[in-house]
Design a protein around this ligand. Structure first.
Ligand code: F6R
Length: 248
């Protein structure tokens, strides 16, 4: 794993955007795996700004988001689909038919998960997967204890994740109790992975993911087994790492 420690969140976001943008210039048909949550907001903001300056064309890019609550309608204010529209898709020229999302309203969850895996495969696989990390080390909605071999599947959210995500909902009771998520094995098939983290709340998970044992109890630790992972953190998220100078 390559580790890059930056002074602050904006620098993490800028550098992550540079990587995505460089790749998309080299390879306009880029297949991007995307995450929601607070962490990638700065990355999406940078991408939108570069696009608005006319320095980027996403017209041939394809996207797959990692996860979606279940059940939830796509136009629900807290759906991940809506989040992506607001932070990225409404502002750049990604063709709507090349935006892929797990459906939070699918009646047959199993066939929805297989459809998604097949769509990723049909697109040629994910070139760059952007990941955040949960305070408990989850990636996507793969909570501690999730078998590494799972592909896209339905999960029950842990109390910890419901608590963390309740900040976006009016009441904690409104947070859906389930989600559909790409599995660890789906994530690990991406050619390149960018793991982003910021803030001291993530310091423990980052330490365990990078310097702890590879274990299903800390899902992000599996990334130690991937050949091309860049971990980009601000210095507050790096405070528990051993032997790391706090400089980019
Ligand atoms: C979201 C996702 C989650 C988040 C993680 C961190 O699509 O897959 O794994 O990346 O919960 O969330 P934030 O960035 O809000 O701290």
């Amino acid at each position: 794993m390559k580790l890059q420690v930056f002074d602050n969140y904006d620098q993490v976001s800028r550098r992550a955007a540079e990587i995505v943008i460089e790749e998309s210039r080299k390879h306009p048909q880029l297949v991007l795996g995307l995450a929601t949550g607070s962490t990638p907001i700065g990355l999406y903001r940078e991408m939108v700004q570069v696009y608005q300056r006319g320095q980027l064309d996403f017209s041939e890019a394809t996207t797959f988001n990692l996860d979606e609550y279940y059940p939830i309608t796509p136009d629900h204010p807290q759906s991940f689909r809506r989040f992506m529209q607001e932070h990225l898709f409404d502002h750049v020229n990604i063709a709507p038919e090349r935006i892929h999302f797990l459906s939070g309203t699918a009646a047959d969850v199993e066939s929805e998960c297989s459809r998604y895996e097949a769509a990723i495969e049909a697109a040629g696989g994910i070139d760059i997967q952007v990941l955040g990390i949960g305070e408990n080390g989850h990636i996507g909605f793969n909570e501690p204890g999730t078998p590494f071999h799972l592909k896209t599947h339905k999960v029950a959210l842990t109390e910890n994740t419901i608590q963390a995500n309740s900040r976006f909902f009016e009441r904690i009771e409104d947070v859906p109790r389930h989600a559909l998520t790409m599995g660890i094995s789906s994530i690990m098939r991406s050619r390149k992975i960018l793991l982003l983290a910021s803030g001291e709340k993530k310091a423990e998970a980052i330490k365990a993911a990078l310097q702890g044992p590879v274990t299903e109890e800390l899902p992000a630790s599996v990334l130690q087994l991937h050949p091309d992972v860049t971990v980009m953190v601000d210095k507050t998220a790096a405070t528990q790492l051993e032997g790391v100078p706090y400089k980019a």
